[in-house]
Design a protein around this ligand. Structure first.
Ligand code: SF4
Length: 344
């Protein structure tokens, strides 16, 4: 056992709450039993880092509506197909004749659009800073190849504003395990202003158990200090991937975005620039966030206000096979991870 592992296991000072804001970290923490290696005084909380989970119901409803329009096909990653909107999910729409295709990459839509030029393909463009460059690349390729039957329904989110929201509204977080994949694109410097504003440490971490433990150790040691650390230097730099940032800025601009459980957060999303409006499938004003099941606690789970097991539906009416809420659908969702890995 390393010195820092021993420290984390035997820590007996003031209780500390740390939040991870990346769905992949949530998965790695749960899968590897990281909480069981920590003193009970160190508590890990999952934050709003799963893109499917934070997508509002109005967005799902709009996708369903589009899939039922003549000559319109909705293309999406698989997990989004199972998220319920105000009453149905995309798989339900498909069963009723809606045109829905599951794809593994946004770039798959290029081939589909070429093969079926009489149809309009709408890609469900959800994601954080990591995924947005791929959507920009899709539009660049479509433009280059003269393909005009591709559109995006965007629900693109950015990390800093939602972390700001959590710190300002939820509070009680003593440090953040900052997202490794997002930081590859944005650079680790992204988190410095937040660290300084709230005097909270941030540690950009990789996804191996040792990397996560090291980040937790660094955060505990730096409690109360407004520092942003890069503990994933093999792939993350201070300034990030400038080519990816460049292509994103060519096609997208910041906007307010609607989040499940948090409402509208100014500056927390990305939308197509006005000069590319022809690629937009009607993404504006998708703000309705009422849930089909009034007992669902996804909103509180996403903000770290409660843990997944505190939801009355957890493991009963809501399981990965039969999910009631978005957090149980995606493999990046907190509820899914807590259920599958029996995390307490
Ligand atoms: Fe939502 Fe299901 Fe999690 Fe409850 S257990 S918060 S309904 S995903």
């Amino acid at each position: 056992m390393t010195e820092y592992q021993k420290f984390l296991e035997t820590y007996d000072s003031e209780p500390i709450r740390l939040m991870e804001v990346c769905g992949t970290h949530t998965g790695a923490i749960s899968r590897n039993g990281i909480p069981s290696l920590l003193s009970p005084k160190i508590r890990l909380i999952s934050g709003p880092g799963c893109p499917v989970c934070v997508t509002v119901t109005a967005y799902i409803d709009r996708l369903i509506e589009l899939s039922l329009q003549p000559n319109c096909v909705v293309a999406s990653f698989g997990d989004l197909l199972r998220v319920t909107g105000s009453s149905q999910c995309l798989n339900d729409a498909k069963a009723q004749g809606g045109q829905v295709r599951m794809v593994y990459s946004p770039m798959d839509v290029l081939k589909l659009a070429k093969e079926e030029p009489d149809k309009t393909f709408v890609f469900a463009a959800v994601g954080f800073e990591t995924t947005t460059p791929i959507y920009a690349l899709l539009l660049e390729e479509a433009h280059k190849d003269g393909i005009h039957n591709i559109k995006l329904l965007t629900s693109l989110k950015t990390m800093p504003s939602v972390i700001d929201w959590v710190c300002g509204n939820q509070g009680g977080i003593d440090g953040f395990i900052a997202p490794g994949h997002v930081s590859v694109i944005t650079g680790s410097a992204l988190f410095r202003p937040l660290a300084e504003k709230y005097s909270i440490p941030f540690a950009v971490a990789g996804f191996e158990p040792q990397q996560i433990l090291l980040a937790i150790y660094a955060l505990v040691k730096r409690r109360g200090k407004g520092e942003a650390l890069n503990l994933y230097p093999s792939v993350v730099t201070e300034e990030g991937n400038l080519a990816a940032q460049d292509i994103v800025n060519r096609y997208f601009e910041p906007c307010s975005a609607s989040w499940r459980g948090m409402g509208i957060i100014p500056g927390s999303g990305m939308q197509l620039r006005p000069e590319f409006a022809q690629y937009d499938a009607g993404s504006a004003d998708l703000i309705d966030d009422h849930t089909a099941n009034p007992n669902c606690r996804c909103a509180q789970v996403l903000t770290g206000a409660i843990g997944p097991r505190q939801c009355p539906l957890f493991g009963r009416a809501c399981t990965p096979q039969n999910p009631s809420g978005a957090c149980m659908v995606s493999t990046e969702g907190s509820c899914y991870q807590y259920y599958v890995n029996k995390r307490e």
